[in-house]
Ligand binder design. Structure first.
Ligand code: NAD
Length: 255
């Protein structure tokens, strides 16, 4: 990236978001990290020409979303890149799915991306350049059992992305959604451990026989693969790519 862009990444204290923040910093961006907890790598993001800021944020709260963008704009004037990445999982069949969890999932994984997009757009439009990347999932495209809140929120992100792409297009603002299958992060490691206990089999067996059952490549996806896609979508070469789901699934949905 030639210009020093400012990237705001949510859920960047862990997993995929942490990898994205570190990658964009390495590639020359200022980074604003929004999460409930401070990232342990924050101090390692050091450069004379770039800033790395952590703004403690609970994305389930509208007031936190608004404060986050106000603070970031005060310091950096414009947010060039918004990565709506934060998310969490809850596994339960539909009739037992707690209503409070459903509400919180939609707040964090659909309403917060809408709010942050709404708040960053005016300055992006003024400068005539922007990149919005929403972290969807293979569950933005297909369903699996017992994940109704996650699947509904992730499908909703596709609609948000397409709408943003249409409204942002005339201002050279692109919006895309990345749809990975299982990526090796704490979110998935917790699910593997829970399944191993339920099924009474080893972690390795759960990984290969349950999580990678539908994968043609038979490999867990690494966070670096997702960060590389973000990096490409943020580049000037990707200026005509917008409103699209980018599936990274080892061939799962080719079946
Ligand atoms: P992770 O659990 O490692 O990281 C998620 C981060 O989001 C955490 O740092 C957490 O603190 C933050 N977060 C959660 N709720 C928050 C809130 N209310 N306010 C602020 N921050 C909050 O998970 P991950 O695997 O890196 O997942 C990142 C994104 O990628 C999620 O949207 C997830 O749905 C998506 N995704 C993950 C996978 C996978 O297999 N790991 C696959 C497809 C999509």
């Amino acid at each position: 990236m030639a210009t020093t862009r400012t990237a705001l990444i949510t859920g960047a204290a862990s997993g995929i978001g942490a990898e994205i923040a570190q990658t964009l910093f390495r590639e020359g961006c200022h980074v604003v990290i929004a999460d409930r907890k401070e990232p342990d790598y924050l101090k390692s993001l050091s450069s004379a020409d770039q800033q790395a800021r952590f703004i403690p944020t609970d994305l389930s709260k509208q007031s936190d979303c608004q404060y986050l963008v106000e603070q970031a704009l005060n310091e950096f004037e414009v947010i060039d890149i918004l990565v709506n990445n934060a998310g969490f999982q809850h596994v339960s069949q539909l009739e037992d799915f707690p209503e409070t969890v459903w509400e919180n999932m939609l707040k964090v994984m659909l309403t917060a991306p809408f709010l942050l997009t709404k708040y960053v757009l005016p300055k992006m439009k003024q400068q005539g350049w922007g990149r919005i990347i929403n972290m969807g999932s293979i569950h933005s495209q297909i369903a699996s059992l017992n994940k109704v809140g996650y699947i509904a929120a992730k499908h909703g992100l596709v609609g948000l992305t397409k709408s943003t792409a249409l409204e942002g297009g005339p201002f050279q603002i692109t919006a895309n959604v990345i749809c990975p299958a299982y990526v090796r992060t704490p979110l998935v490691e917790q699910q593997i451990a829970a399944q191993a206990e339920t099924l009474g089999i080893s972690l390795e067996q759960v990984e290969s026989e349950v999580f990678l059952k539908a994968s043609a490549t038979g490999k867990m996806i690494e966070p670096e693969e997702v960060a590389a896609m973000v990096s490409y979508l943020c580049s000037d070469q990707a200026k005509s790519i917008t409103g699209v789901c980018w599936t990274i699934d080892g061939g799962w949905t080719a079946q």
